[in-house]
Design a protein. Structure first.
Length: 86
């Protein structure tokens, strides 16, 4: 499972953080929402990078750009892994 410890919120506020876990690639980034900055989490199947993967293979969800939002994003990614990649 993806660990909370490897996701750094301060890093995401400045740069996109990417990773992979057993066939699932993921990306966490700061984005603009209706009410300000949000944490956008996206996952897709290996083997290609984000820019080379067709949009229909990517799944995204938005979370608050807070420590609680980071925790919710990691929990969502882990749940998506169990649902789609096991």
């Amino acid at each position: 499972m993806i660990s909370q410890n490897i996701i750094q919120l301060n890093y995401i506020k400045k740069e996109v953080q990417t990773g992979s876990y057993k066939g699932m690639r993921y990306r966490l980034e700061k984005a603009k929402g209706e009410e300000g900055d949000i944490l956008l989490a996206t996952h897709w199947p290996e083997p290609f990078c984000f820019s080379k993967t067709p949009a229909e293979q990517k799944t995204s969800s938005a979370f608050p750009l807070t420590p609680e939002g980071k925790e919710a994003a990691v929990n969502w990614l882990n749940a998506e892994y169990e649902k789609k990649y096991l």
